[in-house]
Ligand binder design. Structure first.
Ligand code: IMP
Ligand code: MG
Length: 173
């Protein structure tokens, strides 16, 4: 891909995912854990993360749409696909590709606390992008921190493309 540079290569991603998996297992061992991936961006991260958590768990997905321009979230969020598992009494770990303004993560945390009787809700993002943070997203787990930039690959898209890149790249303006 032209006009882009690798910021996190597959090796660095694999190491972070393995470390997150060990940490999550240590924190949730013996508890009923449900991973909920936020479609579409989290599908690759969730697939790798789930295999790095060496304990029994369940997996489901949610989809939300956020209205704004193509690259910035507006905060007006609509639920497109509900989770289908019964979450009552279970520990929910939301799996996000990237947290930017934090509006989506904050909305999702609220949704799970208000609508499902989950025992707890935590958020795990592969990337914590801090420059445009508008609300306290309360990330519990994050693989990487960056200040700014637009990233693609490993599930992250630009106009639905580049999700299949094995490394994470920054698009140069
Ligand atoms: P937030 O509500 O502003 O935190 O938006 C988070 C969502 O915006 C992510 O789940 C992505 O879908 C999208 N997003 C934010 N930054 C990027 C990026 O650098 N590359 C690809 N998608 C991004
Ligand atoms: Mg997303």
């Amino acid at each position: 891909m032209e006009h882009s540079e690798t910021v996190f290569d597959r090796q660095a991603i694999a190491e972070q995912v393995a470390a997150l998996g060990r940490q999550i297992r240590a924190d949730y061992q013996g508890k009923p854990l449900v991973l909920i991936g936020v479609l579409n961006g989290a599908f690759i991260f969730l697939a790798d993360l789930a295999r790095a958590i060496d304990m029994e768990l369940e997996i489901d997905f949610i989809r939300v749409a956020s209205y704004g321009d193509a690259s910035a979230s507006s905060g007006s969020i609509v639920l497109r696909k509900e989770p289908e598992l019964d979450l009552a009494g279970k520990h929910v770990l939301l799996v996000e590709d990237i947290v930017d303004s934090g509006l989506t993560a904050a909305w999702l945390r609220n949704y799970f606390l208000a609508t499902h009787q989950a025992a707890s809700v935590k958020i795990c993002a592969l990337i914590d992008k801090q420059e445009r943070r508008a609300v306290d997203a309360q990330l519990d787990y994050a693989g990487f921190q960056i200040s700014s930039g637009f990233l693609v690959g490993y599930g992250l898209d630009c106009a639905q493309k580049y999700r299949n890149l094995p490394d994470i790249r920054a698009i140069k303006a």
